[in-house]
Structures are given as structure tokens and as C-alpha cells.
Design a protein around this ligand. Structure first.
Ligand code: DC
Length: 233
């Protein structure tokens, strides 16, 4: 096993709409691990910046807000709730406008530094499934198992549209596909910790396969990792 007290660190990175959140939740449940939705943490940070009315170009103000921010992920009854400085922002951070704003502010250094510190602290003991964009490349480059989950832009746009429409958001499929494409571009072309597949990540294309199949591939890789580390100790 790893030298971590509570188990392995499992990283799941990939673009929006690839199914990371669902898969990470199921995987964490099966392993008895904690799921850490790092995108939700960036969203909560975007919400705090927006509410404080801070100009993202004002680095000093931004640093002050980020270093004092307390972002908490709670999971009562297996349903994730997100808190920003004690306020429940779970639903407020899921609008299309907040998605785009999050993608923009997540390119800023004070934001990334604060999130990096918080995520390392939450995950360092192991027994965690972290999902995001830079987990395997930057946050935990030493994660025991890394996955890169992706799907075609059309399929991701379709899934995201179904999710938003299901929540009653007034959006068209066309707008949603455009939002996903814009975020892809912003998240993969920024200078700091861009979305990228780690060299040692297992890539899984979820365009044409279901959740169970994705989970099967992941569980097999995790089992193999556990048995190979046990055989050398
Ligand atoms: O996973 P999500 O769609 O909730 O993420 C929202 C945004 O947060 C995403 O567009 C980019 C940013 N993000 C990031 O930069 N790094 C992460 N590890 C997770 C999310």
C-alpha cells in the first residue's frame, strides 16, 4: 500500500461534461473513500469574488480574499453540499454564468495558490478521490492512480444540456455546447495548471460507454495498483 494513512490518492482529471463527478462519487462510495470535487471549490471561490465585487485584476484584494476564504465540502446523506465562508452555495454555483466566471477566475494565481494549499491539505492522508483539471499534473503529481476522463465535445455538450434542462435552467442545446467549448478553451489554454493529461494517467473515452463500464476500467486499474504495491512490500 502507499505510505498514506487512509489509503490511496486517486486523481480524475478531464474537461467539463465528461462524467467525472458521477464517476468520482460512485468510485469513492465503493472504496469507502472521500470524494473531493475541486471544481466545486473553484466555483465557491468565484461566488465569493463575485459577491465581494472584487476586480479580478486587483491582485492585492484578490489575495486577501483568497487567503481568508473558507471553502468546505460536506456530504450529509451522500449528497454534496458546498459552503463558502459558512454560507451554503451548493445551488448558486451551478448556473451557466457561474461556470464561465469560474473558468475565468481559475486562471488567476492567488486563486490557484489558495485552492492548491486547501486541496493538498484535504488529500494528503489518502483515502480520497479528487476530481478536477490539474490533480494528476499539479496538485498530486504523486497520486497512486490517475485517470483522464474525456468525451467528444458534442457528447459533453449534450450531457450538460440535459443536466441544466433537468434543473429547469432556460438554456438551449446550442448555447450549452458553446459554453462547454468556451470553457474547454479557457481551461486548457491558461498559463497556470492548464487542463492536461498527466503522462502516467490512464485515458478513458466515455463518449460511447456507460458509467458502469468506466467504473469497471477504473476499479481494475486500482486493484492492479494495490496488488503490485503489496507484492513489493
Ligand atoms: O469541474 P467543474 O466544471 O465544476 O469546474 C469549474 C471550473 O473550475 C472549470 O471550468 C475550471 C476550474 N477548475 C480548475 O481550474 N481546476 C480544477 N482542478 C477544477 C476546476
Amino acid at each position: 500500500m502507499s505510505g498514506r494513512r487512509h489509503g490511496l490518492v486517486i486523481a480524475i482529471d478531464g474537461p467539463s461534461g465528461a462524467g467525472k463527478s458521477t464517476v468520482a462519487g460512485q468510485l469513492a462510495q465503493r472504496l469507502g473513500y472521500r470524494k473531493i470535487d475541486t471544481g466545486a471549490m473553484y466555483r465557491a471561490m468565484a461566488w465569493l469574488i463575485d459577491r465581494a465585487g472584487i476586480d479580478p485584476a486587483d491582485v492585492e484584494e484578490l489575495e486577501r480574499l483568497c487567503s481568508a476564504a473558507e471553502i468546505r465540502l460536506d456530504c450529509p446523506n451522500d449528497v454534496q453540499r458546498v459552503f463558502a465562508n459558512g454560507e451554503d452555495v451548493t445551488e448558486l454555483i451551478r448556473t451557466p454564468a457561474m461556470s464561465l466566471m469560474t473558468s475565468r477566475i481559475s486562471a488567476l494565481k492567488p486563486v490557484r495558490e489558495a485552492m492548491l494549499r486547501a486541496q493538498r491539505l484535504m488529500g494528503q492522508g489518502g483515502g480520497v478521490v479528487l476530481e478536477g483539471r490539474d490533480i494528476g499534473t499539479v496538485v498530486f503529481p504523486d497520486a497512486e492512480v490517475k485517470f483522464y476522463l474525456f468525451a467528444s465535445p458534442e457528447e459533453r455538450g449534450r450531457r450538460r444540456f440535459a443536466e441544466l434542462a433537468g434543473k429547469g435552467e432556460q438554456v438551449t442545446q446550442e448555447e450549452t455546447v458553446a459554453e462547454v467549448a468556451r470553457r474547454d478553451l479557457q481551461d486548457s489554454e491558461r498559463d497556470l495548471a492548464p487542463l492536461r493529461q498527466a503522462d502516467d494517467a490512464i485515458a478513458i473515452d466515455s463518449s460511447a460507454i456507460g458509467i458502469e463500464e468506466v467504473l469497471g476500467i477504473m476499479e481494475a486499474a486500482i486493484r492492479e495498483k494495490i496488488s503490485s504495491t503489496e507484492s513489493v512490500t
